[in-house]
Design a protein around this ligand. Sequence first.
Ligand code: SAM
Length: 245
Amino acid sequence: MNNPYDNETAFAKYLGIRQRENNYNDNVEIPIFKSMLPALAGKEILDLGCGYGEMSRWYVEQGAHAVVGVDISEKMIARARAFYSHPAIDFEAGSMESYDFPTEAYDLVTSSLAMQYVEDFDRLIAGISRALRPGGQLLFSQEHPVFTSAHNDDFYLRDEEGEKLALKVTNYSDEGLRVTSWLGVDMHNYHRRLETVISTLLRHHLQIEALRESMVSEEIAQKYPNLADTRMAPNFIFIRCKKTS
Ligand SMILES: C[S@@+](CC[C@H](N)C(=O)[O-])C[C@H]1O[C@@H](n2cnc3c(N)ncnc32)[C@H](O)[C@@H]1O
């Protein structure tokens, strides 16, 4: 499987970012994501794009009955098995869009910051909807459409000192592939308008229960100035929905 996260240097850089105290995951993404999770006790959970498995393991520690963690990166899955394995967790290497979704097998499907890598969102959501039991829930975060719309890495309008002045949102209506450079490698992201994301969920009987956009408190912005840009424009969006039939 060919995935940018399996590039040796990119993987090392990613782990380095995750270990920094001021990272977006620990200070922005994970707190919002956890605040939107339903009760986990006794649940059967599918974690798509599980990365190195920290959240999958946390779900079990919160009382989940069983978790399947799927990630396209062999390196991520190897690390997940090495550091976060548990008898109730099955870590599988594979792409989420080609996952063989069973029928009505899960109470909850989760995905953190991975769905923007998937080209065929409609097919993915159809599979997730099939895999959920009636009343089951999907909670996912992804890069916000105002960010995925950019055609290059030049996201911000800056002053002469390089300070961020505003987010440049261009080409919002032009959906599809964006190749950006991150971790020193080309990342293939797929831009979808918010309208497309929401209408795809609704078309597959996933009713929106909650939606949030990332933003840190003024206190956190002062503590970690690198995160203050989330108050200028939201970098992540979070959606929780429930299968209605
Ligand atoms: C930004 S990381 C987030 C990892 C994890 N969810 C977390 O929050 O710690 C994105 C992850 O998505 C995985 N990924 C990218 N494309 C994927 C795909 N098509 N199917 C499954 N996983 C994918 C990458 O390998 C990577 O582990």
